[in-house]
Design a protein around this ligand. Sequence first.
Ligand code: NAD
Ligand code: USQ
Length: 397
Amino acid sequence: MARIIIIGGDGFCGWPTALHLSAKGHDITIVDNLSRRAIDRELGADSLTPIADITTRCKAWREVSGRPITFHNLDIATDYEGLRMVLDGVEPDAIVHFGEQRAAPYSMRSPRAKRYTVDNNVSGTHNLLVAITELELDPHIVHLGTMGVYGYDGDGLELPEGYLEVFVKGHEGQMIPREILYPVNPGSVYHMTKCLDQLAFQYYAKNDGLRVTDLHQGIVWGTQTDETRQDDRLINRFDYDGDYGTVLNRFLMQAAVGHPLTVHGTGGQTRAFINIQDTVRCISMAIENPPKSGDGVRIRNQMTETHCIRDLAILVSKATGAKVQYVDNPRNEAAENGLTVSNKSFIDLGLDPITLENGLLDETLEISRKYADRVIMDCIPARSTWTPAQANKKDAA
Ligand code: NAD
Ligand code: USQ
């Protein structure tokens, strides 16, 4: 069994992943600075589900499973020495890196938030790479990247898993093949940090032989997994506010509280999706199938289906009777786009995807209804805009 560090293990994807890997018998250490909980307080928002504090969570898991999880409250972007000490102490076989500011709207809300997102995400990732090389460790780094690095202008082609074969004209006119990182096209400062992460991984894999899997993940929906269902104190986070709530979970929560479903613009944006239970399974599969030193960075597209936002709203509306409201799009993004994505590498590893048709919408809807009285209605509208003038005003406020 492996020693695994989960950076960002108190978050929406990190917590159920920590439990899943612990249940499989791995030794789990969580590193998290609890910044996500602090940002909730800053925004006056909260998880729809009542999440226990991290100490209670770990204690509950030990009671339920008999297995310990160690927790370190540590900021990987600013506390390099602390990070180095944890790595040195654990000597991990694998590190799963979720520990970044992950909301596109939050990253666009003000100059301060833009700078925080870049400082936190880029420094955190780079500190991790430096510490591993300084200590001469050889863990498999599994990083959570995003489908958003590709951008949404690929109509007509199937997005490959990270790399593109191109042919460049040589000086004698011959066409020379090269494999390059798929050209990045971020849609927010947050997405831009994931593009910068990619370069850092490519460099440290080349120069220091680090073993990295970068998972280009789609939008995660759902809440519970087999492990988080086992005790109320293990319940997973459910974000629904205008900055952190992702679209499908927001629609389900909105339906539960009688709020119209807030479709941005025409709703013609097509995005990639994955259920949280498949997220944890994919991460486990990625850990079990590491790249070899010298192989470069292994990129896998971690998504199971694509949907257009308008169709999702209609689906939820039909299931619940909720009204659909087309609101001005606060983001700067294409009004309509097609999207086809290869996820062959996980299918080849045996992933049997959970899709919207599998009935799990009902479970998420039930959770939304159960905790509807916790919804802070003022947090529902998406107020972060991509327009500099408005974002600048927020900082001044
Ligand atoms: P989250 O915000 O719920 O969790 C991130 C965790 O990292 C939080 O607990 C936070 O406190 C911690 N963290 C942030 N900065 C840190 C730092 N400097 N040091 C230590 N801990 C730090 O986010 P999530 O939804 O669980 O996403 C996890 C990862 O997956 C992110 O990197 C995100 O970009 C990626 N991802 C998420 C989604 C999604 O839909 N949620 C989709 C694709 C990719
Ligand atoms: N949208 C609406 N109504 C809403 C909320 C969102 O129409 O109430 C639209 C947005 O305008 C956007 C789409 O839905 O076109 C997706 O928005 P989102 O907030 O669900 O997802 P996004 O901002 O892309 O970010 C989320 C995670 C991020 C991750 C990304 C994966 O927060 O961490 O990287 O999904 S991906 O989209 O594949 O890049």
